[in-house]
Design a protein around this ligand. Structure first.
Ligand SMILES: [Zn+2]
Length: 428
């Protein structure tokens, strides 16, 4: 036995724990632990993956945790996870966390099926029904891609915890090479409201470079939206003075715009024109999106993204990157920004290696991570981009997208035209 681990799949969470180092001692503890969830018959453990969090199971587990928590500290974390499972509801127990997204999704659907009926003979059919429904939308996509969904509603740390073992993903330096890891590096800029997703594998020098040169462009691009949706950055909701003779801020009544050019289009519609005296470099928006993707992607993909990193860190113009799809987020406006990645698991080069979905301040951005060594085309050509876009029906089914071209390394002036239309429902 080379691996004493167990994976818990809960209705809205998953938790993997392992007993290490692997030796006779930990093996005994592991067997005692697993016996809580099943029967030991001769020398075989009979454990059903479907478990019910009964009061008696919880009590047995608490007793075990009390006995071993000092030797196996991860048990404290397990306790808080299982504690949050409602009494008598289902969870799954598996030997390892499945690597394939499709498998995890199947298991999640199975758990949903288990939880939605008291009649065990119906579970199988319910599961097949749920899976067919899901597959009708996503089957093709999930054959090609694994999904990386980063929890943003609680602290999530990415990469190696111990500083002396860390290697920066962007410059490959460790403490031995002179890199330092004193600052807390955020996978998504704090200015966009991210408090929870922390990247261990970003050295202070890279953190400073991205923070000074790349990330502010995306943050500033979302300034107006941040004021309107009340997204708190480092210093609370921003007050914006970068537009000529204009001011945007929030007071106790809501969002306020003061601008020199306000046109009344009709009784119900006005437009406000804002001209920024701060210029911006469009390509940096694309680089900032890629910085987020590379911060959360699995370490093993980074080797294919060396050219992407060089591009992100160089100032030389002449980039040739695909369009970025941008839309208003019709769902509820999340408090925290979020990132989801699609990472191709096949060798089908018609589809990009990595596609990102970034949501912040009421906007969604869908972008391809360019220059991957696992790509054979650039998706800049119309037909290449179109075939990529059609492969993601959850996005392409809607026509609400704007396709931005960020291929410009020069500073340009930013002019925003805001259109306000009175809603018949709020006549106030
Ligand atoms: Zn670095």
């Amino acid at each position: 036995m080379d691996n004493l681990s167990v994976y818990f799949l809960l209705s809205d969470d998953g938790f993997e724990m392992s007993f290490s180092p692997v030796n006779d001692n930990t093996l005994d503890v592991y067997i005692e632990f697993m016996s809580i969830f099943g029967e030991l018959e001769e020398s075989n453990l009979n454990i059903s993956p479907a478990q019910v969090a009964t009061v008696s199971l919880k009590n047995n587990l608490w007793a075990f945790i009390d006995k071993y928590k000092d030797k196996v500290p991860v048990l404290n974390k397990l306790k808080s996870k299982i504690d949050s499972v409602e009494n008598d509801s289902y969870f799954l127990i598996l030997p390892n966390k499945p690597e394939d997204t499709q498998k995890i999704l199947d298991l999640e659907l199975y758990l949903q099926a288990l939880s939605s009926t008291d009649d065990s003979s119906k579970v199988q059919n319910l599961f097949f029904q749920k899976r067919d429904e899901f597959n009708s939308h996503f089957e093709d996509l999930l054959k090609e891609y694994n999904l990386v969904n980063i929890r943003n509603d609680r602290r999530t740390y990415i990469g190696e915890r111990t500083k002396s073992k860390r290697v920066c993903r962007f410059c490959k330096k460790s403490e031995n090479d002179g890199a330092t890891f004193k600052k807390v590096a955020h996978a998504i800029s704090e200015g966009l409201g991210n408090k929870n997703i922390i990247l261990y594998e970003e050295c202070d020098a890279c953190n400073e470079y991205f923070g000074a040169n790349i990330e502010p462009t995306l943050v500033e691009n979302l300034d107006i939206a941040r004021v309107f949706f009340g997204v708190k950055g480092k210093g609370g909701v921003p007050s914006i003075n970068k537009y000529k003779d204009s001011k945007l801020f929030q007071n106790d009544k809501g969002s306020v715009i003061q601008a020199p050019k306000i046109d009344v289009v009709s009784e119900k519609e006005i437009t406000v024109t804002l001209v920024s005296h701060k210029k911006y470099v469009p390509i940096n928006i694309y680089k900032a999106l890629c910085k987020i993707a590379l911060s959360v992607v699995d370490q093993k993909e980074i080797a294919y993204l060396e050219d992407t990193i060089s591009w992100m860190k160089s100032c030389t113009p002449g980039a040739n990157v695909p369009k970025v799809a941008v839309s208003l987020d019709r769902g509820s406006i999340a408090t925290f920004p979020s990132i989801t990645l699609y990472v191709r698991k096949t060798e089908n080069y018609n589809h990009p290696h990595i596609v990102g979905e970034f949501k912040a301040a009421g906007f969604i951005y869908i972008f391809i991570v360019p220059y991957s060594r696992k790509d054979k085309c650039s998706f800049v050509k119309e037909e290449e981009f179109d075939s990529f876009w059609r492969f993601f029906p959850q996005y392409s089914a809607s026509s609400d997208w704007r396709f931005d071209d960020y291929n410009n390394s020069n500073e340009i002036e930013l002019t925003e035209k805001l259109r306000f239309v009175q809603n018949d429902k709020d006549q106030a």
